[in-house]
Design a protein around this ligand. Structure first.
Ligand SMILES: [Zn+2]
Length: 253
């Protein structure tokens, strides 16, 4: 049924996306159910065509998974699967990438890491994990690894890490912790890029013809009930459900 309604909307749009297509974007969940609940309720009211999840799905305490015991890894995978189950309960297509806390090989339907998939007529290309700084998390990379990947034709880049040298990759007031390779993807792209990873830097950035949004984290540190929306290819929205603050970025103006 889900696939049918998605297909119907796709056909109505003439085989491609239109301005009426809306995707929700959910940030680093970290198994924080108290914040995910109101986010899913908000998404349900919006009647979206699909949901993008930027990774870091499981319980935060298992973060340094690369060195974790087998039991810890199993618990983490279960909490990550539960996060996806809860998002999928809304009954619309869900695409996601693993974050730096997630195992690189985290399996599940809708994982678009290193791939392109179509939702609501939009081609979504995924880049999971984070870099270039290495802290021993489960899924970290060097810039060269990402630069070596072919940049696919797409409408939306779904990344875990933000593009560097923007307001949405800032840790504190002075440190830019994003990726130059992700930034390179944005510079060549006319469309949208959504990301998370830096929990405390939700917001927007414009890189050339690419509209970028860090949707912010649900889990600690700095976790809040917050959600993003991609409306067509020309409008991004961000809502902080705790403060009621709504912001948007328009391609024009
Ligand atoms: Zn995170």
């Amino acid at each position: 049924m889900i696939a049918n309604s998605d297909e119907d909307r796709y056909r109505k749009a003439g085989g491609g996306y239109n301005a009426a297509m809306t995707l929700a974007v959910i940030g680093d969940i970290h198994a924080t159910w108290d914040n995910l609940g109101p986010v899913l309720e908000r998404v349900r009211r919006e009647r979206v065509d699909g949901i993008l999840v930027v990774g870091d799905l499981g319980a935060n305490e298992f973060g340094l998974l690369a060195r974790a015991a087998p039991d810890t890894v199993r618990n983490y995978r279960e909490s990550a699967a539960e996060a996806l189950r809860r998002v999928r309960s809304l009954g619309v297509p869900v695409l996601w990438v693993p974050g730096n806390h997630d195992p690189r090989d985290l399996a599940g339907e809708g994982n678009v890491d290193g791939r392109v998939s179509t939702v609501a007529g939009l081609r979504v290309a995924g880049i999971g994990g984070a870099g270039p700084d290495r802290y021993g998390f489960a899924y970290e990379w060097d810039e060269d690894e990402i630069l070596a990947r072919a940049v696919p034709e797409c409408d939306v880049f779904l990344c875990h890490a933000p593009p560097r040298w923007t307001p949405i990759d800032m840790v504190g007031r002075a440190v830019h912790a994003g990726s130059d390779a992700i930034r390179r993807c944005a510079e060549r792209h006319r469309g949208v890029l959504v990301c998370g990873h830096i929990h405390e830097a939700p917001g927007f950035a414009r890189i050339g013809e690419c509209l970028c949004m860090n949707v912010g984290g649900l889990g600690p540190p700095y976790g809040r009930p917050q959600v993003g929306f991609v409306r067509g290819m020309d409008e991004l929205g961000h809502e902080d459900l705790a403060s009621g603050t709504r912001q948007r970025l328009l391609r024009q103006g």
